[in-house]
Design a protein around this ligand. Structure first.
Ligand code: GDP
Ligand code: MG
Length: 166
């Protein structure tokens, strides 16, 4: 089981925290791989049987100029090159324009897309149900996964699920 997984989501939803937690568990490499326009941070998770290369994909937001648009296109092309995509949202923030912008692009991706609801340590179970309902029809999710990247809740279970699909 091995493959590439892109993580997308608005700033501050916890993408880096997730990556650090996962890589911290089974330490391998955190590296900055130079790309044409920016550095894509990659974290490689390895065990005896599996290897997942996570790619933090920042910059999917409405572009205000040509360079911005170029970077958005670059991030979007990354989504078509990976084996699966994680769309991360923060449980304590309302769905907004930034989320919807990414969602519009995720609809066009022909790869499994996981909705990862992070920061569940900050909310109660009712709120989680509300969030799930709010996002349920946005994309044809492969799975909806509540986690707390900071506490590690449900993270290793999710990695196992992900690895099984790769
Ligand atoms: P990124 O911009 O998506 O990479 O987000 P970061 O990983 O930098 O996290 C943004 C902030 O959210 C930081 O202050 C993190 O400590 C915090 N954070 C990340 N994950 C969690 C979580 O599961 N629970 C809580 N309470 N805070 C979190
Ligand atoms: Mg980050």
């Amino acid at each position: 089981h091995s493959g590439f997984v892109a993580i997308v989501g608005r700033p501050n939803v916890g993408k880096s925290t997730f990556m650090n937690y996962v890589i911290g568990q089974k330490i391998a490499i955190m590296s900055n791989v130079p790309q044409t326009t920016r550095n894509k941070i990659q974290g490689i998770y390895t065990t005896d049987k599996e290897q997942i290369i996570f790619i933090d994909t920042p910059g999917i937001h409405k572009a205000h100029n040509k360079l911005g648009d170029f970077m958005v296109q670059s991030s979007l092309s990354t989504l078509n090159e990976v084996d699966a995509v994680m769309f991360m949202i923060s449980a304590n923030e309302e769905r907004g324009a930034g989320d919807n912008f990414i969602i519009e692009h995720l609809k066009q991706i022909k790869k499994p897309v996981y909705l990862v609801i992070n920061k569940i340590d900050l909310i109660n179970p009712n709120k989680l149900l509300e969030i799930m309902d709010d996002y349920k029809d946005a994309v044809d999710w492969k799975e909806v996964v509540p986690i707390s990247a900071i506490q590690g809740n449900n993270v290793s279970e999710f990695i196992d699920t992900l690895a099984a699909e790769l």
